[in-house]
Design a protein around this ligand. Sequence first.
Ligand code: SF4
Length: 379
Amino acid sequence: MAVYLDEIRGYRVADIEASIERAIEALSIDLASVRTALVKPNLVIAALPKTGVVTHPDVVEAIVSVLRKRGCERIVLADGPGVGLDVEEVFRKSGYAALASRLGVELLNFNTAERREREWKYGKLGVPAVLEDADLYVNVPKLKTHGYTTLTLSIKNHKGMLSEEDKKLDHHLGLHEPLVEQAKLRPPDLIVLDGIVGVEKDGPLNGKAKRAGIFAIGTNMLEVDATAARHAGFDPRDIEHLAIAEREGIGTMDPEVLGDAPLVRFMPANEDYGQVMNIYSWRDCTACSMCIDSFSAGVKLAVRDPRYWFTLVPKLVYWGFFGKLHIIQGREAKVPDAEGRVICLGKCTRDLAESEGLIHFPGCPPSARDVAETMRRKL
Ligand code: SF4
């Protein structure tokens, strides 16, 4: 198999569609018999497309157009955003509610989709029926850095198919190997990777948008991921879940590459902690993304909601500029050996908070409102 690479500078549906057509021809992909398609972008949180955090809707619009021209009758766009989020808000802010309505395609929340239980390495896992039944499964990931998995690409993008409970379980199992095992349950038939604008530094949720121009298309998830990783300045063999995928026989990390895309060096996420001013969020691979994001969601809420302007915002300014705040989350969270106040986020850290006498924020994951309220009362 081969991977097709292209350079695309900016989101224009016509340019993206032309690139997909070139890839289909170069890779000899036959879509003539496809009548039903499941298209899975990455819609992990409520974010605007320009942030690079979510797959740009123009990429998905181009895919829908390509499929319809070949006679595809039913197209479903689906993803399961992070645990505890308002999915309507995610679909609205990312532009997918408007896109689905304009194109007349279904938009499905995987978190609540009908599932079939399938055996996997760790027992049983619910796989969405609509994903299994589609003639064609198109995985449309973003190119983003990640504090635990170095990058999030097509193999990692499968995680959105899980139920909320299974998403939490995944972290407890260790993340790298489960990602590969999930991807094996229903491998994509086509991968269209959106690295036109990616995310670097503190990705995948709080990093910096990176205009990279990388657009990669293929039929093997490992081959697309390894190729995109190289073009973002990473050695794919240093990325643990990609190395496991190769050992498991999913594909090769050295496929034939057709076309070309720019080599752009993405700044990696810090594997120890993320930092905004004097506020540190410590990494623990057992922590769910939504727990990690909940502190910043609480801060954003405080900035937006006038009731916190004179109660909480001044405290945050103090801690951000003059104090030192350490946020920890996840089942294996540890108290950092550093000066400052420690906040334990989420149910997983309750015992640690109790035994060490630390501030605890309840929830699984804590909601933005709970975080803001707990900070207002306890900081
Ligand atoms: S408390 Fe946070 S890290 Fe623990 S299972 Fe819940 S969401 Fe995941």
